[in-house]
Design a protein. Sequence first.
Length: 224
Amino acid sequence: MADQRIAILFDIDGTLIISGDAGAASWRLAFDELYGIPADIGAFTDTGLTDPEVGRKTFSGVLHREPSAEEFERLLDCRLKHLRHTVRDSQGYRVLDGVEPLLTTLLGKGHLLGLVTGNVEPAAHVKLHRAGLNRFFCFGGYGSDSEDRGELTRVALRRAELVYGAPLSPGQCIAVGDTPHDAEGAHAAGIACIGVASHHFTADQLTAGGCDFVIGSLEEEWPL
């Protein structure tokens, strides 16, 4: 008999919310303020990368060198400063279909809800705050924990065990995301992944990318 799923780990961008280009805008403003270059992260990065990867790849792409530790810390701080405003002012910001009813239902059934996201922790909470979604999540693994998606997923699972008060088996946990990177990170941590074809990737692409279950949106029947 399969283990009961206790901990459910959600990605943010493209799974719970669409920020309406608020993330890219915040990076652009940070590079412009610090270096006079309104950098386009889309020219140097791909969907599903962690914030530190996005920052480093874009820095190298526009300045043609690696940042020092001090420069990179200053860039991340400046980006977070701008993110608060770009998320607040984004006209394209929206919560994806079915999110709040599903989270409410899962909490009501006693599941532990966490985050597993490439956003650094403060950025994750800024993005969720506008929609009032932070209240659903009491732990997570973030891009500020590791640039490796498998490791930040393992961090989230360790924190889930702290909240649960006991060890959790892989069969008691599952991840939910909208990219093949989410499946890769979940599998590296030994857990399954539900792919949600709600943003950049189709159901077929998510299946080919390794997702164990695929749904079109969080309004559909929950595959657990």
